[in-house]
Design a protein around this ligand. Structure first.
Ligand code: ZN
Length: 248
């Protein structure tokens, strides 16, 4: 768990798209996670990923039975290129509006023009889905996390994503901004206050997306439903922060 794989070429990270639960789908690749929410009135797409990987994401959108034109909003969890490089091309294609945290907006402009700035506590409603945002700085200054409900089999599940968990920018000399380590710890504490039944990863290694998707496809068992994983992942993030502090 929480381990990464490296690939030389973007296409080696191809993952067959699949429904995670309810109205939530995985349409990304190993190197960059992309998720779709089918709101009943169009799609919300989370993190288009690398520009080189966009053809795989678009192929996955079609394979899931949707079209790029169905995308109404593109949420960018933070400004880094592995999440936002393809945003401009995808919104050109779909006409979707782009969202990003207010403190990452300026730096995101190298990849796309933000239409809507996200502030702590903001919500986005489309169709029958309301996404609630939390400003969780640390990995970058404007990182946003979010939560929403989805239903399956008569049960409502709370879905959550930590929008920027990477410790790379917590390494001395690589800080995104001053006080990022203090903010990161505070963000983790706030995130611990949320109940999350289905944790969707900002990167596939966050929640074993690929392996769980395979199990789901082959056996029907949904390992994404795991209320304990959210807390375990946050423990892991905090431990890594402590290690970074110890190193320097
Ligand atoms: Zn990042």
């Amino acid at each position: 768990m929480f381990e990464r794989k490296q690939f030389e070429n973007i296409w080696e990270g191809r993952i067959e798209p699949f429904k995670i639960i309810g109205k939530v789908y995985f349409a990304g690749i190993f190197q960059a996670s992309t998720h779709l929410i089918d709101t009943g009135d169009g799609l919300i797409l989370i993190d288009p990923g690398y520009r080189d990987g966009l053809y795989l994401v678009i192929d996955s959108i079609y394979k899931l039975g949707f079209k790029p034109e169905d995308i109404k909003y593109v949420i960018n969890t933070h400004w880094h290129g592995d999440h936002t490089e393809a945003t401009r091309a995808l919104t050109d294609l779909s006409g979707a509006k782009t969202l990003i945290g207010e403190y990452d907006a300026q730096r995101a402009e190298r990849y796309f023009k933000p239409d809507i700035l996200i502030h702590d506590g903001d919500t986005l409603t489309l169709g029958n889905i309301t996404v609630t945002f939390m400003h969780t700085p640390g990995h970058t200054k404007g990182t946003v996390s979010f939560f929403f409900d989805t239903e399956e089999g008569g049960k409502v599940y709370r879905v959550g994503m930590f929008g920027g968990a990477g410790a790379n920018t917590l390494t001395k000399g690589c800080f995104d901004y001053d006080n990022c380590r203090e903010d990161y710890r505070k963000s983790i504490e706030r995130l611990r206050g949320e109940r999350v039944d289905v944790f969707i990863g900002n990167h596939v290694w966050n929640n074993d997306t690929e392996k769980k998707g395979k199990v789901l496809r082959e056996t029907g068992e949904n390992l994404f439903i795991d209320s304990a994983l959210w807390g375990r992942f946050l423990d892991f993030c905090e431990k890594r922060l402590d290690e970074k502090i110890k190193e320097s």
